[in-house]
Ligand binder design. Structure first.
Ligand SMILES: [Zn+2]
Length: 106
């Protein structure tokens, strides 16, 4: 039976292992404890996955519109549709009231 060299295995992953002596880039965001975040930063970014390292959403109007379109099911509750229905109902009430005043309808 081959002897396992624990020391060599311990050394092998030292460069990529997270820990107090990990050489990679840390997040450094201020945590609720007040200490800097010790999570590894996302590649090519300054912060970790919890502190804005991942995408924080679309910036441009075009990108925001794309997200809205992707998350809209039917639009019956959208602000534009609701305001249009309110305008139509108000117009119907106004017409009905005028017709009643002129005694065209009871
Ligand atoms: Zn962080």
């Amino acid at each position: 039976m081959k002897k396992i060299e624990h020391a060599a295995l311990t050394e092998s992953g030292l460069a990529t292992r997270f820990g107090p002596n990990w050489p990679g880039r840390r997040c450094g965001a201020k945590t609720r404890q007040g200490a800097p975040c010790q999570n590894p930063a996302i590649k090519n970014r300054a912060r970790c996955k919890l502190h804005g390292g991942r995408s924080t959403g679309p910036r441009t109007a075009e990108g925001k519109a794309r997200v809205v379109a992707a998350n809209t099911k039917h639009g019956r509750r959208s602000a534009a549709h609701v305001s249009r229905v309110r305008f139509i109902n108000a117009e119907l009430r106004r017409i009905t009231k005028a017709l009643k005043a002129e005694e065209y309808i009871p």
